[in-house]
Design a protein around this ligand. Structure first.
Ligand SMILES: [Zn+2]
Length: 704
């Protein structure tokens, strides 16, 4: 209630409606759509069934045409059209599942999504459709740009599914895929099922905060405290705080041995199957297969990139470990004490408490939700040449839902819309993410469908005496997620599969990761962050510096751990002979030790590493995107107004957001940078060659 009373944004009567923007949209030959939302479980079910029936009919039409008369439009474009349209129903079902207040609606939507997914898998295997598309490709059409890319990538999808193999081999690939998918399900469920209660005495747990002992389920006897090795927050709290090395090691060994008996053999079989599938499809390895559709393009490129990063941060990693080693040496009175993998969290925590203590809770006062939102809007509107206006929301799935329209600030062209559903409630999606509802696409009638998206977040709600106050991390998340929304909304790609955030998986996070820099910069923060009780008070410079220093202090260890995971994932999916019997632990444990820290060799980290099913040969993408994000940030850092620079912002909009995947992302990144990519800015950012600087260098400004 307080939020509504305190916000002038919600005075419904004054708001324009989407209809007020239709004339401007028509002038730009585009369409704006506020989705019609189904209101009953039956309607949700019918929506998906209708969408599938319609798509099947369109598939039949492609498959049944005379192969001599096929055209670009009746084959490849028709396939993009039908996949796009069917996807709209699935997108809507996803929003219903994640937001609806009625559990029956959520259940119906969940079922609808399952039905859709089962159907979608089969599209690749429609031989009649493949033949029509192949017949068109065989005419050797002269295509260019986005059209050529669409044809090539459509053919690539079929090749990757095995459609250009002889029928018996294709059948076998399908069979292997089914087996692989079943093993993947087993792998995941073995991880979920793995649990390991470990009983400690209070003395074993010396150093832990009282709040931990008081947490539900921890105290299980007179002097018995049960820690679940599989529950991440419990594990982390012990590793960060337990003074006893024996305790830390015991819990670590148990955690890194979870699902050993069940998952090591499953993973070994999965690796063998993946390798076989890759070889049969004509690839040298599974990592080549997985990276073909990414920026990296080959497993070797991904591996080289990660190796360069591993070597690049060596001095920083070494100096951090040395600092931790000194703390351990002093603590244990053993000058030769070594930092093992169960030590780094504890000593890093001790160091941070001594040197970088920042009261994170007190910082919330500077981040009242509405001010942060307005502040972020002002920045993004200014640098990207956009205007955001709240409009009336025809249907609200929750009372405080807001709908906004985005227009180009120079031309007034409407570009799309976004919903904001910002606060938690029972049954709602419980993270922070951007969801595409309607993505951009050139429609068969020649008009452009402008996107509509939603941001689903869970910020702390307002209370009786305080507005919603965000943590700094939440502010960072908002800047990140809203970046994805802009990526979706300003798109100019013709085809659905290339529009907005439909870019390679190792790039999609980079622009948003870049935008996270904004909230670590005093100049940016000062445009909106102020104590809600006394807005003349900005965040003191020394606090911002301390926050940056704290982040930097652990960057070497943080990233080397990430690189170790990326490296072992790539090593598992390297070229191997077809009859190779895999020993996943023998491959991965030495990588962990080489890239990160000494481990206990009885452990089997990979048996509990869920990313190996789903992000297989893809974990490198996190580091890859981080390095590109740091590189991209330099365009702003070198610009006159830094992170508030309009020219740099417009360049991002034109070269990265608007094209999406309609041209090779490597090309877009180079165009944005005005040069080849480099990992140097990333290394510099984490303190290589700039040990004393927390912030990236930027030309100083005369007038300030
Ligand atoms: Zn993201």
């Amino acid at each position: 209630m307080l939020l509504i009373a305190s916000s002038s944004h919600l005075l419904g009567a004054e708001l324009k409606t989407v209809d007020d923007f239709r004339a401007a949209a028509a002038k730009a030959n585009s369409v704006l759509t506020v989705p019609a939302w189904e209101q009953t479980p039956k309607a949700v079910e019918a929506m998906i069934n209708d969408a599938i029936a319609k798509a099947n009919k369109a598939l039949d039409q492609i498959g049944s045409q005379d192969p001599k008369k096929v055209t670009f439009k009746t084959t490849v474009v028709a396939l993009d059209d039908l996949a796009y349209e069917a996807g709209l129903a699935a997108n809507k079902a996803t929003i219903v599942k994640e937001t609806n207040t009625n559990p029956e609606m959520r259940a119906a939507a969940e079922n609808a999504i399952k039905t859709f997914q089962d159907w979608a898998v089969g599209i690749d295997y429609r031989e009649d459709v493949y033949k029509a598309i192949k017949a068109f490709a065989d005419t050797h059409p002269k295509l260019s740009g986005e059209d050529e890319k669409l044809l090539n990538e459509t053919l690539r999808d079929y090749r990757r599914a095995g459609l250009d193999l002889p029928p018996d081999q294709r059948k076998e690939i399908e069979q292997l895929r089914k087996e692989l998918s079943k093993l993947g399900t087993d792998f995941d469920s073995n991880i979920v099922k793995a649990n390991a209660p470990v009983i400690f005495t209070k003395a074993d747990l010396e150093g832990l905060p009282e709040s931990f002992f008081a947490s539900p389920g921890i105290r299980t006897g007179d002097d018995a405290y049960t820690v679940m090795a599989n529950v991440t927050w419990q594990f982390n709290t012990v590793e960060e705080n337990a003074k006893s090395e024996a305790t830390r090691k015991q819990l670590y060994v148990i955690r890194d041995t979870l699902a050993k008996e069940t998952n090591v053999p499953v993973l070994n079989q999965m690796l063998a199957l993946r390798n076989k599938i890759a070889l049969w499809l004509g690839y040298k390895s599974w990592d080549d297969y997985q990276t073909e559709v990414k920026m990296a393009k080959t497993g070797a490129n991904a591996e080289k990139y990660i190796n360069d990063l591993v070597n690049g941060i060596q001095p920083k990693f070494e100096s951090e470990v040395t600092e931790l080693q000194k703390l351990k040496a002093a603590d244990t009175k053993d000058p030769n004490a070594k930092i093992e993998v169960w030590d780094w969290r504890y000593y890093a925590n001790q160091r941070d408490k001594q040197k970088y203590a920042v009261d994170k809770e007190a910082l919330r006062a500077y981040f009242p939700f509405q001010k942060v939102l307005d502040g972020m809007f002002n920045i993004y509107q200014s640098i990207f040449g956009l205007k955001f206006e709240q409009i009336a929301t025809p249907y609200k799935w929750i009372g405080d839902l807001r709908l906004y329209i985005v227009t180009d600030s120079a031309t007034g062209e409407p570009l799309g819309m976004f919903y904001l559903d910002m606060f938690p409630r029972e049954g709602k999606f419980n993270h922070f993410a951007q969801f595409e509802i309607i993505s951009g696409k050139l429609l068969p009638d020649g008009k452009y469908q402008r996107p509509t998206v939603a941001l689903l977040c869970n910020f702390s709600p307002p209370t009786a005496d305080k507005p919603s106050l965000m943590t700094h991390q939440e502010v960072e998340t908002l800047f990140h997620e809203f970046g994805h929304a802009l990526h979706s909304i300003v798109t100019r790609a013709k085809y659905g599969r290339f529009a907005g955030t439909h870019v390679p998986g190792d790039f999609v996070e980079a622009p948003s990761q870049m935008l996270q820099n904004w909230v670590w910069d005093k100049k940016v923060l000062d445009t909106f962050a102020a104590d809600y009780r006394d807005p003349s008070k900005k965040i003191p410079a020394e606090i911002i510096k301390k926050m940056n220093d704290a982040k930097l202090a652990n960057a070497g260890v943080f990233y080397r751990r990430q690189f170790a995971f990326a490296s072992l994932d790539l090593a598992l999916h390297d070229p191997h002979t077809e009859d190779m019997a895999y020993d996943s632990v023998a491959i991965s444990n030495p990588v962990l030790e080489k890239v990160f820290l000494p481990i206990d060799r009885s452990t089997t980290f990979v048996s509990y590493f869920g990313h190996l099913n789903g992000y297989d040969a893809g974990y490198y993408g996190y580091a890859w995107a981080d390095a590109i994000a740091a590189d991209m940030a330099t365009v702003f850092e070198k610009a006159r107004d830094g992170y508030l620079d309009k020219q740099a912002g417009m360049k991002l909009r034109r070269e990265i957001y608007e094209p999406g995947d309609s041209r090779d992302v490597n090309v877009s990144v180079e165009k944005f940078l005005g040069r080849k990519q480099s990992i140097q800015p990333f290394l510099k950012k984490i303190g290589i060659g700039a040990e004393k600087k927390a912030m990236p260098a930027r030309p100083t400004q005369k007038s300030q």
